[in-house]
Design a protein. Structure first.
Length: 94
């Protein structure tokens, strides 16, 4: 991902395949910011990562946000079962 110059990574069910701790370690290692507006810690309802980011390129600026569909909540919860801190998926806006 670093070689492809990712500006940010939207967290979805696939990123939870090895749990939130592995995801955090991997993204920190490769210095890729993660985004999710609707995945929160179960105990505090605080976001697991920033919801959005504004990124400036040479000639333009864009806003990027991350959202995962509520239909993936069960997969995320099962994938994250080993994590010390459980998460929830909030309803996405439609």
């Amino acid at each position: 991902m670093s070689l492809m110059s990712y500006a940010a990574l939207n967290i979805s069910n696939l990123e939870f395949s090895f749990g939130l701790d592995f995801l955090r370690d991997t993204t920190q290692k490769f210095q890729i910011p993660t985004l999710s507006a609707n995945i929160v810690y179960e105990d505090t309802n605080e976001p697991v990562t920033e919801a959005a980011r504004i990124i400036s390129f040479d000639t333009f600026t864009v806003g990027i946000t991350g959202v995962v569909g509520k239909k993936y909540e069960k997969i995320i919860l099962q994938s994250n079962a080993e994590n010390a801190r459980p998460v929830n998926v909030l309803d996405e806006m439609t």
